[in-house]
Ligand binder design. Structure first.
Ligand code: SF4
Length: 63
């Protein structure tokens, strides 16, 4: 399965992913953006995030 992954060392905390795809991206208790555990991910929406993330820090990984 493909899973979206965030490279937090590059994340600019712009919140675009939270705005565009709140079912997949959230802010955790530590204050960092993270990917919610889901059985599957909406491919087109994630592709859109990958295109729009200003830090280019969202990628797909194969599980
Ligand atoms: S869109 Fe990219 S840079 Fe912006 S908060 Fe999400 S992961 Fe971080």
């Amino acid at each position: 399965m493909k899973i979206p992954v965030i490279d937090l060392s590059e994340c600019e905390d712009c919140e675009a992913c939270l705005d565009l795809c709140p079912t997949v991206f959230r802010r955790n208790d530590a204050g960092y953006i993270e990917v919610v555990d889901l059985p599957e991910y909406p491919e087109e929406e994630i592709d859109e995030i990958i295109k729009n993330c200003p830090a280019q820090c969202v990628t797909w990984e194969e599980d």
